[in-house]
Every structure is written in C-alpha cells, then in structure tokens.
Design a protein around this ligand. Structure first.
Ligand code: SF4
Ligand code: SF4
Length: 342
C-alpha cells in the first residue's frame, strides 16, 4: 500500500484537472487525479469505502498524463493502482474486474477464449531455445491474429521465436488490483527454459507489464524498436498515403518509445501528427480496466481522441491492439497496426 508520503506529494494545485481525459467526460472532481489522490488519502485515514469511492478508484485509465504534467512530481496512476490492490485485498474489487481476473487465471487470457493462442501459426515447429522471443499478447493472439502472423513473419528471419504456451502477461490483472503472479511465473519459466534474453512485443500493455512485473535482466523491446534497428534489411516501400499516429500511453509516457514507430511509419507513408502527441498525447480510453468496467466512458474518451485526427489523414496507425480496438469502434477511417504498413 502506498504510504502517505506519495499522497502528500500532491499539493492540490489542480493543474491536472485540465488534462485528465476521464474528468473531461465525467466532470466530477472525484474523477480527476487530484480527486483520486484526496480520496486515497481519505482511505488511508479511515474513510468508509462506498460505491462512489470505488468508482473514483476504478475509473482511471492509468494514462499517466497527470503524472507527466504534474508540477509537484506526484504519481497519481501508481497511487490509483495501490488503491486498487488495497480494495482487492479488502474484497471490494468490482465484480467486472474480479471476473476478468478469474477468467484470465483459468483460461490464460481475459477474453474467455478457449482455443490455442498460436492458432494463426502455420508451422508450429518451434526451436527449443532462442535468444529472442516474440510475446504475442492476448489481443493480437485472439482479436488481431493477422497482426500476430505479420509480426512473426517480420521477426522470424532474425531468429525470433515464440513461447509454446504463452499466457496473459498479467497487465489487465495487475492494473485492476488483482494478483497476476501465477501467469507471470508461467511465462518466466518458459522464457528461462528457452534461454531468451530479449522479449519483443507489439502490445503497449504487455510492454509496460514486462518492464514492471518481470525480472530486470530481461530486455524488453517493442516490435517497432526491434525493427527500426534492422530497417535497412527490411523491404519497405513508400506508399502515397497520409496517416496519423496514436501514441499508446503505456508505450509512450510509460516506456518513452515515441520515435521508433514514427520512423517506421515515415519510411512507409507520410505522417501528420494528431492534435496531441508524444508526451502529452491523449489516451484512447481503453486502459486501466476502464474499457471492461465502464465501456461507455471508454468510448467517449475514444471519440475525443479521434476528433484530434487531422482531416488530411486517411487512416490512423497505432502500435497497441487495445488502443486500436477501442479507437476503431468510433473512428470513421481505418485504424491499423503499424506492422500492417510494412
Ligand atoms: S496531482 Fe499534481 S497537478 Fe494534480 S493537483 Fe496534485 S500536484 Fe497538482
Ligand atoms: S492517469 Fe490519466 S485518467 Fe488517471 S487520473 Fe491521471 S490523467 Fe486522469
């Protein structure tokens, strides 16, 4: 549980009120970073936890924009995640998030899918050992298998392999207060058996999860980071289209990966930026369990994000399947993964 010191870093200046995407939609002080920190302070001081407190703690997308702009150095997303753990320990997790956890532990994914994660793989012969592992993630395995296939086609020539029995990276559980250690240990065991030193993923959620919850000696790369280092050996043809790029919060602000995806996109197309981009990019609305717990809120945030797309952009590119899936529900133009440009 976060101690009072992290809570007291917030000096209540209210700067974050102008940035929080959830506050922009809901408008309640209790649903911006300052309000969430104050409510958590209340919890630490014995505030009775009712439904409104739970809503305050569970409506944050953990986008990190408040942390980015906070002049006092407060870290509201970490405070929110600690509050969620606290609620879960007290048995006060929302039913939706509890169910998400139970399904992920039972099925190895939170999407309630029964089939093999590698159903898209045409030649399932995988080497016993490999230095590089492509961690596909639940969303690309089940919702965008064509992206998984294309990504593996791009990575395989460089000696990249796959886990034989990959399970969810644990991100949706840890972000919503649950304990993902069983899933994490299952993945780590296979990574160790393969002797891999680098994990490559095309999902921002997996990327952040590996950096946060997995052993420090593993090197974590986004697919864009791996490919841009090898761009001279890729046969990328420039197309006559204009695209825009959505920065996934958990890849950009969380991981500092901004230029690798853009450099690849510029090799293949012409890039025009959205109204907010890089460090102050707005969230897609899907993270932090908000999409599962509050779908209407999630889509309203996505609509606001799509409104930031320049008119001349013919399609929107992103580098996270969760962002893609949230944004494409409200975007009149196509939303694609960046590997589909290559
Ligand atoms: S979280 Fe930071 S920006 Fe927001 S009120 Fe507190 S000190 Fe100000
Ligand atoms: S992390 Fe994002 S959604 Fe959560 S309080 Fe901060 S700005 Fe709002």
């Amino acid at each position: 549980m976060a101690d009072m010191r992290s809570v007291l870093k917030c000096v209540h200046c209210g700067t974050c009120r102008a940035y929080c995407p959830v506050f922009e939609v809901l408008g309640w002080e209790s649903t911006n970073a300052r309000g969430r920190v104050l409510i958590y302070q209340g919890i630490l001081e014995g505030l009775q936890i009712d439904d409104s407190v739970i809503k305050t703690i569970t409506t944050c997308t953990t986008c990190g924009l408040c942390e980015e702009i906070c002049p006092a150095g407060a870290a509201p997303p970490s405070i929110v995640e600690n509050a969620r753990k606290y609620l879960a320990e007290k048995g006060l997790q929302t039913d939706v998030h509890k169910e998400l956890c139970d399904i992920a532990i039972e099925k190895g994914n939170p999407l309630d899918e029964e089939k093999s994660r590698l159903h898209w793989l045409e030649e399932p012969d995988l080497p016993e050992r490999a230095e590089y592992v492509y961690f596909v993630g639940c969303m690309n395995s089940y919702r965008y298998p064509e992206v998984a296939k294309k990504t593996f086609e791009l990575l395989k020539p460089y000696g990249v392999s796959l886990l034989r029995d990959e399970v969810c990276c644990g991100s949706p559980l840890e972000r919503t207060g649950s304990d993902a250690s069983k899933l994490i240990e299952h993945n780590i065991k296979q990574i160790r058996e393969m002797g891999a030193h680098t994990i490559i993923t095309g999902c921002a959620g997996c990327y952040a999860s590996f950096r946060k919850y997995y052993p420090d000696d593993l090197k974590i790369l986004h697919v864009a980071e791996f490919l841009i280092e090898r761009v001279d050996s890729l046969d990328i043809k420039k197309q006559d289209i204009i695209v825009s790029y959505h920065d996934p919060c958990h890849l950009g602000r969380d991981g500092g990966v901004y230029e690798a995806p853009r450099d690849l996109i510029r090799k293949a197309t012409t890039l025009v930026e959205m109204a907010s981009h890089h460090e102050t990019s707005h969230c897609c609305g899907g993270g932090g369990g908000v999409r599962r717990g509050y779908p209407e809120l999630s889509l309203k945030i996505a609509e606001k994000r799509i409104n930031e797309m320049p008119d001349e952009a013919e399609l929107l590119v992103t580098s996270c399947p969760l962002c893609r899936s949230n944004l494409e529900q409200v975007c009149k133009k196509r939303v694609i993964d960046l590997v589909e440009l290559l």
